[in-house]
Design a protein around this ligand. Structure first.
Ligand SMILES: Nc1ncnc2c1ncn2[C@@H]1O[C@H](COP(=O)(O)OP(=O)(O)OP(=O)(O)O)[C@@H](O)[C@H]1O
Ligand SMILES: [Mg+2]
Length: 341
């Protein structure tokens, strides 16, 4: 069975970099590995062997067991519409500007597209391991809750909100949409908008059964996935990491907590024989920062009773295969995924 690693965390903490590194470490052991990545920096994309934004995986020129794909939410959504709606409805959906907005702007939309893509890849039998770099969102929680949010959207919760009460039929919706507030909105935004939104939401409901069914298999994959939660020692990512650990009731798995861009503890109390006052000041500032980071990690470990993995701060942007492996190795070892038979 294909193993899954989900890499979550706040914006900019190093999810994409470490997802790539975990993929490299796995592939070097001979596992057929796919990294599903989101918006990698150009040089990292090149290191992974990625040529274009596409859900179709590219092989790595230097490591034949490593493949990568850059998630294209637009293409995923088109596939979702065609998979789950009757052909003529799918055509209308794909052509709708609202459809594009859901795919790209609605956080759960991009996350859901990534989750479907993950499931497609996990089920196609081609991989020993799929590493998923989750789309930027609220610390990765959106990725886990995306299927439920999508069901709420296509199941008509928005329609209910617009009309109040029970889910109306298409005709009743437009009769009720004469409510003053909605009429005002339609008047301000241009006549016909409400009609367009309504038509779109009704079309979207055709995908409900398919999405509801698919969500079940997505949830099953997520339940058995290994979780890696990346943070830095900075306050905002830490708040999101806290949320992630605390707000997953019923989920008893222990995510692997990674503190990325950590300064070496050896810098604490470092001294120099050089008498240049600027160098001395510089050294003492970095020593103070390293001590601050150490305390932040210690208090996290104590509060959550969870061990953490430190990934060192690199002076150069990590985007070569060798460096990526070195960075992600301690995470890979901690994941302890059984060898492929
Ligand atoms: N250990 C590290 N040392 C130095 N730089 C790092 C390290 N890890 C990541 N970086 C750099 O930090 C930046 C952000 O990393 P990355 O793009 O992987 O984060 P991300 O969590 O995927 O961001 P986003 O939420 O925007 O997708 C990049 O420039 C990356 O090269
Ligand atoms: Mg990223």
């Amino acid at each position: 069975m294909t193993d899954i690693v989900l890499v979550a965390g706040a914006g900019g903490v190093g999810k994409t970099t470490l997802a790539a590194g975990i993929g490299v470490a796995a592939a070097l052991e001979g596992r057929r590995t796919l990294v599903l990545t989101v918006d990698p920096a150009r040089r990292l994309a090149t290191a992974l062997g990625l040529k274009k934004l596409s859900n179709i995986a590219d092989p790595n020129p230097d490591l034949e067991t490593l493949w990568a794909a850059m998630l294209d939410a637009g293409a995923s959504w088109e596939a979702i519409a065609r998979r789950h709606a009757p052909p003529e409805v799918a055509e209308r959906l794909v052509a709708s500007p609202f459809f594009d907005a859901i795919a790209r702007q609605f956080p759960a939309g991009a996350a859901y597209a990534a989750a479907e893509e993950m499931s497609e890849q996990v089920e196609n039998g081609a991989w020993d391991l799929v590493v998923v770099d989750t789309p930027p969102s609220s610390g990765g929680i959106d990725f886990l809750t995306a299927p439920a949010q999508m069901r709420a959207l296509v199941g008509g919760r928005v329609l209910r909100m617009l009309t109040g009460g029970r889910l109306p039929g298409r005709k009743t919706f437009f009769d009720r949409a004469t409510k003053p507030a909605l009429r005002l909105m339609d008047g301000v935004l241009g006549g016909g908008l409400l009609q367009d939104v309504g038509d779109f939401l009704f079309d979207l409901r055709h995908t409900y059964d398919g999405i509801a069914l698919r969500s079940k298999s997505i949830a099953a994959h997520m339940e058995r996935a290994h979780m890696v939660l990346v943070t830095t020692n900075d306050p905002l990512p830490l708040i999101e990491a806290d949320r992630f650990v605390v707000e997953r009731p019923g989920d008893t798995r222990t995510p692997i907590i990674v503190f990325n861009r950590t300064l070496p503890e050896a810098w604490i109390g470092a001294t120099t024989t050089v008498s240049n006052p600027r160098l001395v000041e510089n050294l003492s500032r970095w020593a103070a920062e390293a001590a601050y980071q150490r305390d932040v990690r210690a208090s996290w470990e104590e509060r959550h009773n969870l061990p953490v993995v430190d990934v060192p701060w690199q002076a150069d942007t990590p985007n070569d295969i060798g460096v990526l492996k070195t960075l992600a190795d301690p995470i890979w070892v901690r994941l302890a995924i059984a060898p492929v038979p």
